[in-house]
Write a protein that binds this ligand. Structure first.
Ligand code: DC
Length: 235
């Protein structure tokens, strides 16, 4: 059996939209005292920039303008006292709330399938992960960003469960949304994310699958702890 005998692991958490990746990845990072990086937030930040700069219209994106913006963009995560966590900054402005809006969710998969966008984001992600002791969640972390990650987890949940979670999350934030629209957005993103040409969402051959449709966060953490002990890992 494989044994994890180093202290500072790189942990990749990939999976479908609203499968609870970030909650789970954040809990893992808290437990191990690691950095948590939300790679989806980076794609969301680029999408927000495209919307603000007016370079998306319908299914079309002005690639020339995008290339110029990408050459100047600055995306990073900074700890904020108010949020008591790392939040996303786009060109030195906190955009943590803005990147979670329905408007951004509607376009993010379209922007994420562009090669130049992926190349730039993967470079930033590798910089954040270079020293290990990191949990990163996304779609291609275990397959492309860190193919040699020490631990890979692939999360799924039934589509209706994911739509329900996302709907509740938006309602709690006071966003007025329709359940069917939320469900459609998730289905559309699943389709684009799994069918795109570059780095499509798929389970890495050596990833452990976790279907959390009927699991609480506590139960997911028990599953994770069991996984660590199977690998003889001690923090
Ligand atoms: O994790 P999320 O739902 O916030 O991600 C938003 C979108 O970003 C997702 O629909 C696809 C894209 N994404 C990606 O292409 N690759 C990643 N590693 C992370 C996210």
């Amino acid at each position: 059996m494989r044994t994890l005998n180093k202290k500072c692991l790189t942990i990749a958490v990939d999976g479908y939209s609203s499968s609870g990746k970030s909650t789970f990845a954040r809990e893992i990072a808290k437990k191990l005292n690691y950095k948590y990086i939300d790679s989806g937030a980076m794609y969301r930040a680029v999408t927000l920039m495209c919307i603000k700069e007016n370079i998306i219209s319908g299914e079309k994106i002005n690639i020339k303008a995008l290339d110029l913006l990408l050459s100047q963009v600055d995306i990073d995560f900074r700890f904020t006292e108010t949020g008591n966590r790392y939040e996303t900054f786009l060109n030195r402005k906190n955009v943590e709330d803005e990147i979670r809006t329905v408007g951004v969710s509607d376009y993010v998969s379209q922007v994420s399938k562009i090669g130049q966008v992926r190349e730039k984001m993967v470079n930033i992600q590798r910089k954040y992960g270079k020293d290990g002791c990191v949990v990163m969640d996304g779609r291609d972390i275990g397959t492309v960003v860190f193919p040699a990650a020490d631990l890979k987890i692939f999360m799924t949940a039934r589509p209706e469960v994911r739509a329900e979670r996302r709907f509740k999350e938006l309602q709690e934030k006071g966003v007025d949304v329709d359940f069917e629209a939320v469900k459609k957005n998730i289905e559309k993103r699943d389709y684009i994310d799994t069918n795109r040409e570059i780095s499509p969402l798929k389970k890495a051959a050596d990833a452990k699958a976790l279907d959390n449709s009927n699991m609480t966060v506590h139960e997911q953490m028990e599953w994770f702890e069991e996984l660590l002990s199977e690998l003889n890992y001690e923090n």
